[in-house]
Design a binder for this molecule. Sequence first.
Ligand SMILES: [Mg+2]
Length: 412
Amino acid sequence: MKIIAADVIVTSPDRNFVTLKVTTDDGLTGLGDATLNGRELAVVSYLRDHVAPLLIGSDAHRIEDTWQLLYRSAYWRRGPVTMAAVAAVDVALWDIKAKAAGMPLYQLLGGASRSGLLSYGHASGKTLDELFDSIREHLELGYRAVRVQTGVPGLKSIYGIASNATFEANSGVRYDHEPAQRGARPAEEDWDTRSYLRHVPGVFEAVRNEFGPELPLLHDGHHRMTPIQAARLAKSLEPYDLFWLEDVTPAENQEALRLVRQHSTTPLAIGEIFNTVWDYQTVIREQLIDYVRSAVTHTGGITHLRKVLDHAAQYQIKSGMHGPTDISPVGMAAAMHLGLSIHNFGIQEYMQHGARTNEVFRQSFTFSGGMLHPGDAPGLGVELDVDEGGKYPYERAYLPYNRLADGTVHDW
Ligand SMILES: [Mg+2]
């Protein structure tokens, strides 16, 4: 089964998505998500100019060999652009192989290990009242777990809270929080770690008082703390029994989590900006984390992320795959097939896409009672309507960045 075409499709129905479509000589097609939020066109060029010519004429069934060829023959390997491109090829080939077998992809990955995937959504509010309303909305949608992010007194605009500007920039499309804004320049947000550390424990106390002890609650520190600040945050949130605390320190410094572990039993999650199994060596081997946050889309596809998760499984570390709206429906479907098949599934992040996105990407997966399932259509179960997608050309969009009160650039 030879590959005869590898087309890169860019569409921006509610936000930018990059999709690779691979076609074989017997007429099968496979899709892979290559969306890298805020740097989308770099992956388009990598795929179109450097990878697609290598694929034409090669055997679509040789998934592992193709992965190793793309990774090792580049020489300048790893990194988000390379690994998103490799991921797109890998997932497209898995889609094709499963279609050729006439099976949903999870069957080829070993079959279902569970009946559905526990998912969490993003509840947020500038104030406690807004936050409580958002949590109730999520519970009404069926979610059985929620991430909780709030405004901090004295800060105008911070990560995790949908701002009016973002809402308008996205044409009023409902997002729990879509940080990438269309425009010529990234938005500037503000940050003060001491204010945040004082405020957050009271928020979780109020949420527990309102919603009780059962509801799994998650929180994202988004890489902003020093190691000792992160340790203090994890310790101060212990009484509220978080499902996990995410990205408490910048991801480059894996050893920072040793200090956090020494001070707290709050479960930790990290890895949404990691790209390879090698990025996880220290945190898995030293058992510094409890959940792996990588997305299929940014970690070299199903072939490579499964290796990360198998390594993690030896230490009882579970999956918590990244799933905000910049993971396209193709990337989400790949995560669901992988999550359904592995033993050490933990939870799946799931922000719901807008109506225009759902018109462009026809999906077979379901969300019911807080649980996702990839469906039983052959392959990934997602098809891209190229004509519909063509109505929405790329629009430049950037993630915001942070400055402290004195003007210093800070981790966003
Ligand atoms: Mg995160």
